[in-house]
Design a binder for this molecule. Sequence first.
Ligand code: ADP
Length: 387
Amino acid sequence: MAANAEKSTHTQTPLQLLLFVDQRPSSQEQIQRLHKYLEDLKNDYPFELEVVDVGEQPYLAEHFKLVATPALIKIHPPPRHIIAGTNLVAQLADWWPRWKQSMDEYQNLDGESWPAGTERADIRSFAHVAELIRISEEIFRLKQEKEELQQQLQFKDRIIAMLAHDLRNPLTAASIALETLETNTDPNNGNSPRLTPALVNQLIKQARNQTRAIERLIVDILQGSQGNNGSLKIVPQKVDLGELCQEVLECLKHRFAMKSQQIKTDIPKDLPYVYADPERVRQVLVNLLDNANKYTPPSGTIQVSVLHRTAQKVHLSVCDTGPGIPEENRDRIFEERYRLKRDEALDGYGIGLSLCQRIIRSHYGRIWVDSVPDKGSCFHFTLPVYR
Ligand code: ADP
């Protein structure tokens, strides 16, 4: 009974064709000719046609492993048959009698002889399978994205803790200065010794300096969050900065040798790990060392030092004995495409330092340059400690 019901559904399924098209101008003429030919064939033998635009449903093309479009696929009756290439109309004309014949033969089969999996062989279930493939790919992608976002959130949490700590120091110093001023200059407070004018000035100066430090930190935070909104992707992890420095220096050593430049390092063994994206930090080191090598004359010295001055940050410096950077350009060299006129004859695009700045800011660190013109430059950056 069930077999009969199934047979009737299957014998009712007509010849089914799937036409894959694309939007390339070069395909349009062929697609039109094929449509017209298929229109005429409708009077010859009944069939069902579905048109799929590969641009809109690429996963469906992938499902059928198509290597070229336009392509015409006979979905039902099985076995599946694909014709593709330049002369589709001629190929269809050739195959059409055989497709008709296979349909007739299929309709005359009894249920037992249907090829395995036949019941799935219709256009709608193929579309469902393809949709399932697409959905599972989407789920995979979303899972990956979720993991990355969780990592970013974790990074932000740690950075916020670090910045809160950084802000506390100048804030405490400013508060102490203000409280001392308040209690010691209060005319109603007869018990406290009055401050000398020199001391008052010093305390005011201290409070002002500390508020400036707070302001600078806030600017860093804001710029850091801007850096993260850009296209720069940071995948932070526990990184041994000393080891990374040695690796980069090893890779570049032939370049320094070519200019007889001497490399000195001061990298303590007990450095804490930093919380950073190792590939991005490598880019920063390569850029800074590359510049040191390029702008320092032959026989100069390049020194890489790492310091762990506060519990929160590690500080790295790349110093050279090159021409230095005039004071008025020290901020501008971090702008995109900015190069000193003096160096225009040398190779370069003026983007290395701006990239370094974006990378370091995305790690909520700072990057800056110190320089004594004609004596050399020291590029510094900080990175958060891993805890
Ligand atoms: P590029 O080196 O491709 O010009 P950068 O963004 O790396 O671009 O550097 C910007 C400019 O800063 C350089 O053109 C150069 O004038 C100056 N500069 C960078 N590093 C040094 C250095 N170590 N010594 C002297 N000048 C430098």
